[in-house]
Design a protein around this ligand. Structure first.
Ligand SMILES: Nc1ncnc2c1ncn2[C@@H]1O[C@H](COP(=O)(O)OP(=O)(O)OP(=O)(O)O)[C@@H](O)[C@H]1O
Length: 588
């Protein structure tokens, strides 16, 4: 048995036996608070650590769960087992609205909006008569668990920690799934994820809602643990503290949430005892210490405490369980010679600059077309117009007879057009296999619930099988379990091609695939491209390496200053004085 599994079992056993030991009640209370906090921090692992979205407003969602159950159980006699669901629904609605409004906007809108949300809920709760204003509500019932009232800290402990452990495993399962890969892809910007067919907005909203729901469950438990609620634990300060726990523990790691919650709770307790003694007066001095610790952590240990623990553990090795998985369905491919891509007088203006000036060209099934030109000629912009990254100012782009200009990248990807990037875009902390499996996102359909409950395994095995098949197709099977971030530039670019192939495209768009490659790697790339063409794939290739372009392309479109200079076979282009002049920068 490996050390990871052993450590996990030891941890779970320790959790299970703690209340049975003759430890002081105070320990149990501490452990309960750690569990309550860990549940909120767990949501932040998904939201901030994995999806890269910062929220200071989680305490407000805790308050929502707590106050819903407090009010309904005291004023209307609802059972906590009913109020938990009502709290979750109310929280989901608020989280959806908040996410809907703020997540479309980039930059600092979300953190700012969550600060506003944290502040406003606190003052709202404190001003509603029915909720007891700042005094809050008293006399909440204890949770009744199959006839047993969970009144003592020890009995409450089990319900709480079972929920925390289940939520941790559900989060781990989610991260190791189709949706989890999409969520990780969102962090580095939306372009790559969208090109792989991920609806990045929906994915972010999903993360926000899940984090809010975890917080609401924590609030529900908190309310019935304390048996009283008031607004102060749900204010902005606490929201910042939750974020601190997640960052300190290791914001990208599920177990970091528990570690962070544990450290903060114990530290807080100790500091509250010692600091007033040291300072000679009472006050919230621990907040100052937390601030300093946070700055130090962000400076010296960005990945938090868990990263250190992780460093001691052996690397996770994925079990190969997909060899007999059902193959994914494939789209019917266009017959050789059929018009695949038709670019008609496409134009892009950036203010006064015409980056692409009424350019037209076509790509037929089974051919490799090169798009070349000096720096700044407009190749990448043309590429982005075709793939939906940029909207065209005018002109038309059709793919297999249907207009695709104006469509989102992910909708274009769905039609069978897949791409790589000039600067490799990948998830460095995932393995090569997982990165490539992201390319097959649109070929799967299982969502969050299936992933959390591990009901997505059959589909997941098929996706991984396909990823392995594509890696083998381009000769990269030896890198399957390597962390993508450890790869040299050549294999990284090949990995991007495998990822694009995983989408089962009819047309592959490669943006400077040979950039940064060594001679041998370029030769390998030439072989890969030829092989793909022989398998009937069409390829549009933007490339600066003339040697490679001349070796693999059937036709070449030359651009200069945003316009199409000429189009022809490699030998025609090589013989053209105009092309030579364009590259040498002389008049023609
Ligand atoms: N978002 C943008 N805003 C303003 N100008 C832009 C933008 N993107 C590109 N341009 C300009 O459009 C022109 C074409 O750029 P583009 O990147 O398409 O050229 P390229 O042929 O791909 O060049 P390279 O080979 O260096 O990648 C350049 O003058 C560039 O500065």
């Amino acid at each position: 048995m490996n050390i990871r599994r052993t450590s996990l079992i030891v941890f779970l056993l320790a959790l299970a036996v703690l209340p049975l030991l003759p430890v002081p009640e105070f320990w149990i209370t501490q452990a309960n608070y750690i569990g309550l906090y860990a549940l909120v921090a767990l949501g932040l692992v998904l939201l901030t650590g994995v999806a890269g979205l910062t929220s200071f407003g989680q305490a407000a969602f805790v308050g929502m769960g707590a106050y819903t159950t407090a009010y309904l159980s005291t004023a209307h006699g609802f059972s906590p087992w009913v109020t938990v669901w009502i709290g979750l629904v109310i929280t989901a609605v608020f989280a959806l609205v908040l996410a809907w409004v703020t997540l479309r906007m980039s930059g600092h809108y979300l953190p700012l909006a969550t600060i506003a949300w944290g502040l406003s809920l606190y003052y709202t709760l404190g001003n509603i008569d029915a909720l007891g204003k700042y005094d809050g509500l008293l006399g909440l019932p204890a949770i009744n668990f199959f006839g047993t009232e969970l009144r003592s800290g020890r009995s409450f402990y089990y319900l709480l920690w079972v929920i925390v452990v289940l939520a941790s495993f559900a989060t781990l399962h989610l991260l190791d799934s189709r949706v989890g890969r999409a969520l990780r892809a969102v962090k580095g910007g939306t372009t790559m994820a969208e090109a792989m067919g991920v609806n990045t907005f929906r994915t972010k909203v999903m993360a926000f809602v899940i984090a809010a729901l975890f917080a609401a469950v924590s609030g529900w438990l908190f309310a019935h643990f304390q048996r009283t609620v008031n607004p102060s634990p749900f204010g902005l300060n606490k929201g910042i503290e939750y974020l601190f726990m997640a960052v300190l523990g290791g914001v990208g790691h599920v177990w970091g949430a528990i570690v962070g919650a544990g450290i903060v709770k114990i530290l807080e307790e100790q500091l509250q005892v010692w600091l007033p003694k040291l300072m000679g007066s009472s006050g919230n001095y621990e907040v100052i210490v937390f601030g300093i610790v946070l700055v130090l952590v962000l400076h010296y240990a960005r990945d938090g405490v868990w990263a250190f623990i992780e460093g001691w553990l052996p690397p996770v090795k994925r079990k190969v369980d997909w060899l007999d998985a059902a193959p994914l369905a494939e789209q019917t491919k266009p017959p050789q010679g059929e018009l695949v891509l038709d670019v008609q007088a496409v134009r892009k203006q950036f203010g006064g600059l015409v980056a692409v000036n009424d350019v037209s060209f076509q790509v037929k099934a089974g051919e490799i077309v090169g798009l070349i030109g000096p720096n700044g000629a407009g190749k990448s912009t043309t590429f982005n117009l075709v793939t939906g990254v940029l909207p065209a100012t005018s002109g038309a782009v059709s793919f297999r007879g249907q207009r695709i200009d104006g469509l989102a990248s992910r909708d274009i990807a769905r039609r069978g057009l897949s791409r790589t990037f000039q600067h490799v875009k990948m998830i460095p902390t995932m393995t090569v296999l997982e990165n490539v499996a992201l390319g097959a996102h649109l070929r799967g359909s299982r969502g969050v619930a299936a992933a959390m409950l591990r009901l997505d395994r059959a589909e997941e095995r098929s996706l991984l099988r396909e990823a392995e098949r594509q890696l083998k197709r381009i000769g990269m099977e030896q890198y399957l379990h390597e962390q993508a971030g450890n790869l040299a530039m050549g294999p990284q670019r090949l990995m991007e091609i495998a990822r694009a192939l995983c989408a089962d495209p009819a047309l592959l768009l490669l943006d400077e695939p040979a950039a940064g490659l060594r001679h041998k790697e370029k030769q390998a790339l030439v072989e890969v491209l030829r092989q793909l063409r022989s398998e009937g794939l069409s390829i549009l290739l933007v490339e600066h390496d003339m040697d490679l372009v001349m070796q693999v392309t059937d036709r070449i479109v030359v651009m200069e200053f945003g316009t199409k200079l000429m189009e022809g076979t490699p030998s025609e282009v090589q013989a053209s004085p105009a092309v030579r002049a364009a590259y040498l920068g002389t008049e023609h």
